[in-house]
Design a binder for this molecule. Sequence first.
Ligand SMILES: O=C(CO)[C@H](O)[C@H](O)COP(=O)(O)O
Ligand SMILES: [Fe+2]
Length: 221
Amino acid sequence: MSRINPSILAADFVNMQRDLERIATADYVHVDVMDNHFVPNLTFGPQMVGRIQDVSPIPLDVHLMIDDVDRWAPDYARLGAFSVTFHAEATEHPIELARTLRSLGSRAGIAVKPGTPVEPYLDYLAEFDQFLVMTVEPGFGGQSFMSETMAKVERVRSAVRDAETDVWLQVDGGIDRSTIGIAKAAGADTFVAGSAVFGAGEASENIAALRAAAHDHRHDV
Ligand SMILES: O=C(CO)[C@H](O)[C@H](O)COP(=O)(O)O
Ligand SMILES: [Fe+2]
């Protein structure tokens, strides 16, 4: 099973509804919220994400790259996001926050930057619905895939298998037709792609090509 989640960080922000319709064949729309504090870039907040929720043909996979996540993350669950992922580096209470998000009807995701170890969270996997291993430093689209993060993907995959729990393993950053197979082989099942979907060519064809590249991989299950 491979999920393809286009990142609207690479969409045209003044033609957002049009670009959301262009990715209707994808699984979830990945919505990057940045506050210019947690990362050195700024996108949008709950008002814009609420409108995206209103018009999107597919459910929202919100990726919060913000401080004060205990304060803000519940608002994204309340507006109806399918999934809300916060960074482990942004909270001292990840389990409590995940429980709050679930109680509000959203899936709860935890994300780690490339330099953040995954081990502290592996004993609590059942508290989360998604584990996001960043494959670039968060903040900007169009960066190169960091293959050294694959060791962490393998570690999370193995812990998910041992725990016999159904946690989706997401990768985000530099995913394209060549790197998707590497991430899949390491154990990822949910793939965020911005430039590779909204860059050259038709978005729907790019989504189909990413699906094919993930399934072509010889370690596919
Ligand atoms: O979280 C992100 C950046 O922090 C984006 O989701 C990610 O970078 C997608 O863009 P691309 O596929 O172009 O790398
Ligand atoms: Fe993201």
